[in-house]
Design a protein around this ligand. Structure first.
Ligand SMILES: Cc1ncc(COP(=O)(O)O)c(C=O)c1O
Length: 399
């Protein structure tokens, strides 16, 4: 076996998720894809906005020399300036191209950010439930994960955050709106988080970064305004992408932005550039950098996602599932009617052909995740299976 012990261990942890996906693929072959309802993957069916295709067409029809070649590792200055201008409009903090580098999706951005700031043994705090791959990202760079629980509404427990911070804490990695819960961290929560981090920085004489993974920051409902970490803590790094707000996850385009007043700002930016190169990304995709430059204020149709959120949330509540109402993203994370979430998800898959992901994949057994970035009729076809399971396990519908 030529796979390293470290990778083998990582693969084993996720092996049953892979097995379930493989079973799902086998089911699609056996019963036909149209007879299997896949609510397991956050790969939106919504097409990118028309502005995206217009920009692509404009570039194809008006090529410029070197358009497909390397550019500086940080990315095109014009695109970085456009991202900085958007963040300035959003936060009121003046960012420039010197604060931004382009990245290969949010996953690439987070890996570059963590590699830049972590020494072996440095700690990164994650709130439960966490996005599936965060653990791997931290371990990629020899960091150590520290898990901090959330409350019943999946809101971070700040008293436990404070208690978890030590002299080796280098970052708190957050995603709001959250995958898998759809929870959005409030402005007040973010402000208090910033205060705690500054108190601990002073206590230990360290810098503690908020690394903010925010691909869903524009997919937000009910008129809520996204509270940016840039407004609460100068040691903030945005590591994000346009995968979801432009529905272009396969195009791998994202960015890192550093607070302009961060300590060691220029050295940090040089570090991001170095790590972009040495992790093998070299630069973010050239064509996509040119496309998203003019799309910084464009977003997919959020109202459609809100409609789907209302549909699935309303139905799950009607059936008796205990569930927190998502305020953003396109995931929902109900409590399982039985303790064993893996068994529940398996049964839902086997008996009703509905594919979901057990909570244990997010470090939170006892729950399961459904995605609703699918067509409404697909979602509607999942309801009888979910209802049958609710009845079988005697969930009490609200009176
Ligand atoms: C919370 C979160 N972070 C990061 C990613 C990866 O994003 P990207 O495809 O831009 O790398 C995802 C994808 O689903 C996600 O849900």
């Amino acid at each position: 076996m030529s796979v390293s012990a470290r990778v083998k261990k990582g693969m084993e942890v996720g092996s049953w998720i892979r097995r379930m996906f493989e079973e799902g693929i086998a089911m699609k072959k056996q019963f036909g894809a149209e007879n299997v309802i896949d609510l397991s993957l956050g790969n939106p069916v919504m097409e990118p906005p028309p502005e995206f295709k217009r920009e692509l067409k404009r570039l194809v029809e008006n090529p410029f020399p070197g358009m497909h070649g390397y550019m500086e590792n940080a990315g095109y200055p014009e695109t970085r300036a456009a991202v900085a201008a958007q963040l300035t409009r959003e936060t009121g903090i003046r960012l420039t191209q010197k604060d931004v580098i382009m990245a290969c999706g949010a996953a690439g951005a987070i890996n570059v950010a963590l590699k830049t700031i972590l020494d072996p043994g440095d700690e990164v705090i994650l709130f439960l439930p966490w996005f599936v791959d965060y653990f791997n990202y931290v371990e990629n760079h020899d960091g150590v994960v520290k898990l901090v629980p959330t409350d019943d509404g999946f809101i971070p427990r700040l008293d436990l955050l404070e208690a978890a911070i030590g002299p080796r804490t280098r970052a708190v990695l957050i995603d709001s709106p959250n995958n898998p819960t759809g929870v959005v961290y409030s402005a007040d929560l973010m402000r208090r988080m910033g205060e705690i981090l500054r108190k601990k920085e002073a206590e230990y004489g360290t810098e503690i970064f908020i690394v903010s993974d925010e691909p869903y920051k524009r997919i937000i409902y009910d008129g809520i305004k996204y509270p940016s970490p840039l407004n609460v803590h100068r040691h903030s790094i945005i590591a994000t992408s346009h995968s979801k707000d432009l529905s272009i996850a396969g195009e791998r385009i994202g960015y890192i932005a550093l607070h302009p007043e961060s300590s060691h700002h220029d050295e940090m930016m040089t570090g991001f550039v170095f790590c972009t190169r040495t992790l093998g990304f070299i630069n973010a995709p050239a064509l996509m950098q040119n496309v998203v430059r003019r799309l910084q204020d464009v977003t997919i149709r959020v109202a459609e996602y809100q409609h789907l959120r209302d549909f699935i949330y309303g139905n799950l509540v009607r059936m008796g599932y205990e569930v927190v109402k998502p305020q953003g993203a396109f995931y929902i994370f109900p409590r399982c009617p039985i303790k064993d979430d893996v068994a529940f998800v398996h049964e839902l898959q086997r008996e009703h052909h509905v594919l979901t992901v057990p909570g244990v994949a997010f470090g939170t057994p006892g729950y399961f995740r459904l995605v609703y970035c699918v067509r409404e009729e697909t979602l509607a076809r999942a309801m009888p299976g979910l209802e049958a399971m609710a009845k079988k396990y005697k969930l009490a519908a609200p009176g």
